[in-house]
Design a protein around this ligand. Structure first.
Ligand code: FES
Length: 306
């Protein structure tokens, strides 16, 4: 109910078009910066972490500010000192948190751009209230400082709700991967002469869309749906043994599906592929099969609730 109301409200704000322009400009600047900039931005995305870094850092900011508000309420001399310190810790932590948010915003899916910009603007307003609060606290104007930080916390909390809306409603930052096709045996999936270098093919195997690529005598197979936001990897730009998604430029290794550059923080499923008897054949990568079997011995099914 509240989620639908917020969605309607965010949709009516005239932020969608400006947000797309800002995100596109930042994204282009990152691409123009070349490999060193992309590697730095990958750190901000959280490619090294296996999921987005931004929500991890927001916990530090909200945690510090929330605990600071509680200590303000307690109101003893020691708790007030601790509250002042936490107010500043939250404001300092807000800077790297904003940078991770900006990195993610640069690759945000278009349908969520307006909500993303609303989230960023609310966080900026909250930070400004906190900066004025810190100034008042340092000058000894305690009541004013506490009031300003309380307003800031209210705005930050509303913004946190919008952040949750972006993830759980708009599905920003979640893994969009299709399930991996279960191919324990080699399966012929395409006539080999239909797969040419420079012309990837998209096929469907047991309900999973798979992209096939050819480079010289090598054949590669990965899931066709980009884990970042569902882009068609078969339409991506191939360079060496990598493919760049056409939607937000995540780069994946064709030989093992590993993530080379974000904004995706998830790799793409990859299969073994070969040419045999005029056909392209694929199967599940054997290393992954062995891992699945080992995991399956411990537990294979999520138990049902009693
Ligand atoms: S859909 Fe965003 S990088 Fe592929």
């Amino acid at each position: 109910m509240l989620g639908r109301y917020v969605d309607n409200l965010l949709t009516r704000l005239p932020l969608q078009e400006p947000a797309k322009k800002v995100a596109g400009t930042v994204h282009q600047a990152i691409l123009d910066g070349g490999k060193p900039v992309r590697q730095a931005v990958d750190v901000l995305h959280g490619t090294w972490l296996g999921h987005p870094l931004h929500p991890v850092l927001t916990d530090v900011v909200i945690g510090a500010w929330g605990m600071g508000a509680l200590l303000d309420l307690i109101g003893t001399r020691r708790s007030r000192l601790a509250a002042d310190t936490l107010t500043e810790v939250g404001a300092i932590s807000a800077v790297p948190t904003a940078l991770t948010g900006l990195a993610d915003f640069s690759g945000i899916k278009q349908s969520a751009a307006g909500a993303g910009l609303s989230h960023a603007l609310m966080n900026t307003i909250a930070l400004v209230f906190y900066l004025f609060s810190i100034r008042a606290r340092r000058k000894g104007q305690r009541r004013q400082g506490v009031f300003l930080s309380a307003v800031g916390l209210g705005v930050a909390s509303a913004s946190a709700y919008v952040g949750g809306h972006l993830v759980y409603n708009k599905k920003v930052g979640v893994d969009h991967s299709q399930p991996t096709a279960d191919l324990s045996e080699w399966r012929a999936v395409l006539d080999a002469d239909k797969l040419r270098a420079g012309s990837p093919q998209r096929i469907t195997v047991d309900g999973t869309d798979i992209a096939l690529f050819r480079r010289g005598n090598q054949v590669f197979a990965i899931n066709a749906v980009c884990p970042h936001a569902g882009g068609p990897l078969n339409e991506g730009q191939v360079e060496g043994e990598t493919v760049q998604c056409p939607w937000h430029d995540s780069v994946f290794n064709l030989s093992d599906g590993a993530l080379v550059h974000g904004p995706s923080t998830f790799p793409v499923a990859c299969y073994e592929a070969r040419r045999r008897d005029g056909k392209i054949e694929i199967r599940t990568r054997q290393a992954e099969s062995a891992e699945d079997e080992a995991a399956g011995e411990e537990s294979s099914q999520e138990p049902a609730y009693a």
